[in-house]
Design a protein around this ligand. Structure first.
Ligand code: GLA
Length: 493
């Protein structure tokens, strides 16, 4: 009895000594390019030998700990985005090692802070949803480039100027691309008057806009309805009118508005009202600005996006530069076709063409599918260094013409069998654009009757948009072999 009491007391002592080590709220400060410091919080609870809690990554999103564990004097876990964490006590601080994607790693210190520091600011009440008048922009899907997919946080003033130069010199501008869009990580904070200022990577935003305009192009920028962006940089929360005016003053032509930390304050049911605030602010700012919503397809955005003044809205989570991600997104868009049309488009995310994670056949499929879907064509590669094959894909004017068809009807899947899918959309000049896709991992034969194309009889004319040649329509239909993950893209009349 006596011995077991002592053991129990010892056990308690040990547990409580242990609990004091990791238990609590910790702030990690990370220095980023542009002279910005980002804050991530660890909220940890030790329960005996178990570790529980969450990470508030970049103050933007709450992520549960994955496989949390106590290992000797250390604690370790990972999170869905942002890598694997190892914590080592050092006095009253923690030494933190973050391993990103199993490759690069970063060392930082975590200090103990009051729990409330990790909370988002109080919710600002949202207005009732009333229709924002259409801005008349984006009568065809926007075409341009965005920094995120290739450059991430490495984008700066020079990168943007070089992208603009490249777009002009490599034929993309002549093929219809016009927007040069800066994604997350340009933000510096606010000055004494509350005006948003860029960080040191962007010394003069107005001068940059002037430069992009001097090349005959337009400049886009990025912000969030929340207090911080997904990357943890300044957002437009509570400053919507002021920021819209600032963007107009700089000469901005396009805004991507990314939900991020707004999700810590509002519910999905608040999405329309929160997005309407900026929609209205843009409508009043005195400059035509394309309004692009980024909410990962949440809240059935296609049912209210137009109402809040948007020209496009994301229908999915983030694309990755691989066949699985691209094909799962692209081939899942059929049901949303009725929501797209001139001035308001479904956005299955930006292009990965030329980023290196897919074959050229797969990139032709990606580009063909996006064009059939009347998707925004926002290139996401390095325009300065792209290969001839990438340039040929992005600049295929016959395929771009499908995307930009003035009728603005998004394609739907008409048939699917044994990994072969047929998608088609009607065109303004009559006839159809038809994609025959092979989702199989090996080359596959395809034989389709004209009825399967949705045609009553043999078409008068048939054109192959990748081979750039007219084909003689056979009496009973189309037959051919399609490479693995490849496409045949046709116009039938
Ligand atoms: C989100 C968006 C991406 C990109 C990043 C930037 O993940 O969906 O397209 O803008 O944020 O932080």
């Amino acid at each position: 009895m006596k011995r077991s009491l002592v053991a129990a007391a010892l056990g308690l002592l040990l547990a409580s000594a242990n609990a004091a080590v990791f238990d609590g709220t910790w702030r990690i400060d990370l220095s980023r390019p542009g002279g910005v410091t980002l804050h991530t919080f660890l909220i940890l609870h030790e329960k005996g030998t178990q570790l529980e809690g969450k990470v508030v990554l970049n103050r933007s999103v709450d992520l549960p700990l994955r496989q949390p564990r106590l290992e000797g004097s250390d604690a370790a876990f990972s999170i869905e985005w942002g890598g694997a964490y190892r914590l080592h006590p050092e006095g009253d601080k923690l030494r933190v090692t973050i391993i990103y994607g199993g490759t690069s790693q970063e060392e930082a210190t975590a200090i103990r802070v009051p729990e409330a520091d990790a909370n988002p600011p109080a919710a600002i009440p949202l207005p009732a949803v009333e229709a924002v008048p259409a801005n008349g922009l984006a009568r065809t899907p926007p075409m341009g480039w965005n920094s995120w997919n290739h450059f991430g946080e490495k984008v700066d003033d020079a990168t943007v100027r070089q992208a603009a130069d490249a777009m002009v010199s490599n034929g993309m501008a002549a093929a219809g691309y016009v927007y040069i869009n800066i994604d997350d990580t340009w933000e510096g904070g606010r000055d004494a008057t509350g005006k948003m200022v860029p960080n040191t990577k962007f010394p003069d935003m107005k001068a940059l806009a002037d430069y992009v305009h001097s090349r005959g192009l337009k400049l886009g920028i990025y912000s969030s309805p929340g207090p911080v962006t997904c990357g943890g940089y300044e957002g437009s929360y509570g400053h919507e009118e002021q920021d819209a005016r600032t963007f107009a003053e700089w000469g901005i032509d396009y805004l991507k508005y990314d939900w991020c930390s707004a999700g810590r304050i509002y519910q999905d049911s608040d999405l329309p009202a929160a997005y309407q605030k900026m929609g209205r602010a843009l409508a009043r700012c005195g400059r035509p600005i394309v309004y692009s919503l980024c909410e990962y397809g949440a809240g059935d955005v296609w049912t209210w996006g137009t109402k809040v003044g948007a020209n496009l809205w994301r229908t999915t989570g983030d694309i990755q530069d691989n066949w699985k991600s691209m094909s799962e997104i692209g081939f899942n868009q059929s049901r949303l076709a009725p929501s797209a049309g001139p001035g308001h488009w479904n956005d299955p995310d930006m292009l990965e063409v030329g980023n290196g994670g897919m074959s050229n056949a797969e990139y032709r499929t990606h580009f063909s599918l996006w064009c059939l879907l009347a998707a925004p064509l926002i290139a996401g590669n390095d325009l300065q260094t792209m290969s001839a094959a990438t340039r040929e894909i992005l600049n295929n004017r016959e395929v771009i013409a499908v995307d930009q068809d003035p009728l603005g009807r998004q394609a739907q899947r008409r048939a699917a069998q044994a990994g072969i899918e047929i998608w088609s959309r009607p065109l303004a000049a009559g006839g159809l654009a038809v994609g025959i896709f092979n989702r199989n991992d090996q080359e596959s034969p395809a034989a389709l009757s004209w009825a399967q194309f949705g045609l009553p009889a043999k078409p008068k004319a048939l054109r192959d948009l990748w081979q750039h040649c007219d084909l003689e329509p056979a009496a009973d239909g189309w037959q051919g072999r399609i490479p693995a993950h490849g496409v045949v893209l046709l116009i039938v009349k």
